[in-house]
Every structure is written in structure tokens, then in C-alpha cells.
Ligand binder design. Structure first.
Ligand SMILES: [Zn+2]
Ligand SMILES: [Zn+2]
Length: 202
């Protein structure tokens, strides 16, 4: 497993363990507000987990790699310079995954998988659910920090701080992908290559 993916999983695991550690004092506080935040947070955590697994296990390859007869309207086909496969002109060969990816956006080091046409919407949704999850974590951590006066105060504060670090990273990524999708209509690859403007994603 690559280093960045291990780091991301370790931080998320630490946050979830701290969350579990906060369950007992949360029950003692008997606060309907905190109960609601916890319930919403578990829902967000499940959504994050599902999208993470879908992205981890999904295959964003050009569909022609599995089925050479695959056709899509008006697509120009070319041979990849690296693997020689006949793929869409919009495909790009990922040197990490060593395969052609349909409408390649970027290779995500935290997922160790490519993001392209077939999984971009799931990736975008993952950013939004992670923003919701980390925002709720921060709200829970700070609320409990103000309500508790024993050693759990530090658990709550660490939980909120760790979540804030993840929130900042995800917020930067989400803003960048909103800019790509709704302002310039380009992929990350096209921005890095300085390509000219293209029509919106469909
Ligand atoms: Zn290729
Ligand atoms: Zn890749």
C-alpha cells in the first residue's frame, strides 16, 4: 500500500477511534443536540466509507481495454503511445496504474487509483461527504470540549483538531474541483498541461 494512502487511512482511523472514545461521555451529557450531531455524523461516515470503497475497487480504465468493440458516439480512437491499446482520443495513460483511463483527471495518491470519466462524480461526492463528516466532527469535538471538564476534554479537542486538518485539505480540493467543473470546464490534467477551453463535462 502506498505511503500517502496509508497516511490517509491512519488519520481517518484515528478520528473514528477518537469518535468511539467520545461515545460514553456523550451519553452522560444527555444532550439532544449532541445526539443529533452524532446520528448525522454516523450517516456521513457510512456515506464516506461507501464512496471510498467504490473508488478504491472501481476500474476507471478506457472501456475498450476490456471490450475492443465498445463504441460511443463520435469518439475518435487512437493508439496509446505507451501500451499501444486502441482507446478514445480523450484517454490518457497513467504511468502509476500502467493503463489508459477514459477522460483522465488525475491519479489520486490517497485512493491509489485514477480519477476519470467513469468515477469523477463519485470522487466529487466523496469530497462533499467528507466535508460534511469533518464539519460535524469539529462541531461535536468543540461542543464536548466546552461541556466536559475531565480527561475527555483532551480527547474531544484532539478529535476536533485532527478533523480540522483533514477539513482544510478536503476544502482546498473541493474548491479546486468546483472551479474545474463549473468555471473553466477542464480536468486537472488539462489545467496542468495548459490546454485550451473545452465544452462542459456531460
Ligand atoms: Zn495506454
Ligand atoms: Zn493511476
Amino acid at each position: 500500500m502506498p505511503l500517502w494512502q496509508m497516511l490517509a487511512l491512519a488519520i481517518m482511523a484515528a478520528i473514528e477511534i477518537l469518535n468511539f472514545d467520545l461515545l460514553r461521555p456523550m451519553l452522560d451529557l444527555a444532550s439532544p443536540f449532541l445526539y443529533t450531531l452524532f446520528a448525522l455524523n454516523y450517516l456521513a461516515a457510512v456515506l464516506v466509507g461507501i464512496d471510498y470503497l467504490v473508488l478504491l475497487l472501481g476500474d476507471p480504465s478506457d472501456p475498450r481495454l476490456a471490450d475492443p468493440s465498445y463504441q460511443e458516439n463520435n469518439q475518435i480512437l487512437v493508439n496509446c503511445h505507451q501500451c499501444c491499446a486502441l482507446v478514445s482520443q480523450k484517454s490518457y495513460h497513467c504511468n502509476t496504474c500502467k493503463r489508459c483511463v477514459d477522460e483522465f483527471d488525475h491519479h489520486c495518491v490517497f485512493l491509489n487509483n485514477c480519477i476519470g470519466k467513469r468515477n469523477y462524480s463519485t470522487f466529487f461526492r466523496l469530497l462533499l461527504t467528507m466535508l460534511a463528516h469533518t464539519t460535524l466532527n469539529i462541531a461535536i469535538g468543540l461542543s464536548m470540549c466546552l461541556s466536559l471538564d475531565d480527561s475527555y476534554k483532551w480527547v474531544a479537542l484532539t478529535y476536533a483538531l485532527l478533523s480540522f486538518v483533514v477539513f482544510l485539505e478536503i476544502a482546498v480540493l473541493a474548491i479546486f474541483h468546483c472551479y474545474l467543473s463549473f468555471v473553466v470546464y477542464k480536468s486537472t490534467l488539462e489545467v496542468l498541461r495548459g490546454d485550451t477551453k473545452k465544452p462542459p463535462r456531460n
